[in-house]
Write a protein that binds this ligand. Structure first.
Ligand SMILES: Nc1ncnc2c1ncn2[C@@H]1O[C@H](COP(=O)(O)OP(=O)(O)O)[C@@H](O)[C@H]1O
Ligand SMILES: [Mg+2]
Length: 205
């Protein structure tokens, strides 16, 4: 049984003067997206490596149907990497640029988008918000923040072999810790311009 899926923001911009749900953090389950993505809308996952973002993105996408796209930064990296490796950090700036361009195109076409990236830095989230606003899209951030040891354990199960690109699928533990801390410090993203901020409920991590 799924919990807490009926949240109020749907596609389309929140009208001026209407209070935004971001003042409260609502907990959601991992099976049902917190937005009814019926118009252009952007749902950004925010979580460190190993938190479960891609798993949630796939589950949400299965719910949301053909007008929703998942844009995975890993997939962009793999596409742009000379070696086809998603761990290839050298192509990250170009991968982000390509993801942003596709985000704009999809929103322009009236589709909705789930952004599957860590989105750990405020400046990365700000850029996403700017693109969404330019397309009058509703915005939601979904915090995926299990306790650090859970993320570390899941990350430790990833392949530690260093690929041709010079990086492994397994992220250094320090990187996981620093992203986890950066997101925890900014939680609940209260100073940012999201229509809604939700957090995956502790029991569903
Ligand atoms: N709720 C969960 N319970 C147990 N394992 C999970 C859960 N969510 C994700 N995982 C597992 O944890 C690992 C990391 O999940 P993933 O979605 O790839 O994380 P991220 O995209 O945030 O790096 C995967 O092996 C996945 O199967
Ligand atoms: Mg992932």
């Amino acid at each position: 049984m799924h919990r807490a899926a009926q949240l109020p923001v749907c596609g389309g911009r929140v009208p001026p003067g209407r209070s935004r749900e971001r003042r409260r953090i609502l907990t959601v389950d991992t099976a049902t997206p917190p937005l009814s993505l019926s118009g252009p809308a952007m749902l950004a996952l925010v979580g460190p490596p190993g938190s479960g973002k891609s798993t949630i993105a796939a589950t949400y996408a299965a719910h949301l149907g053909e007008h929703t796209r998942v844009l995975s930064l890993d997939a962009y990296r793999a596409r742009l990497s000379k070696w086809g490796e998603e761990a290839d950090q050298a192509v990250t700036p170009r991968a982000i640029g390509a993801l942003h361009a596709d985000l704009a195109d999809h929103l322009d076409a009236g589709r909705s988008v789930i952004v599957d990236a860590t989105n750990a830095r405020a400046k990365d989230r700000k850029k996403l918000l700017r693109i969404a606003r330019e397309h009058a899209a509703a915005t939601a951030a979904v915090l995926v923040l299990p306790p650090l040891p859970v993320c570390q354990e899941r990350n430790a199960h990833r392949d530690a072999t260093v690929g041709a690109c010079g990086y492994a699928r397994q992220v250094p533990a320090l990187v996981v810790a620093s992203m986890h801390a950066a997101i925890t410090v900014n939680r609940p993203l209260g100073s940012e311009d999201w229509d809604m901020v939700t957090e995956v409920s502790p029991g569903r991590r």
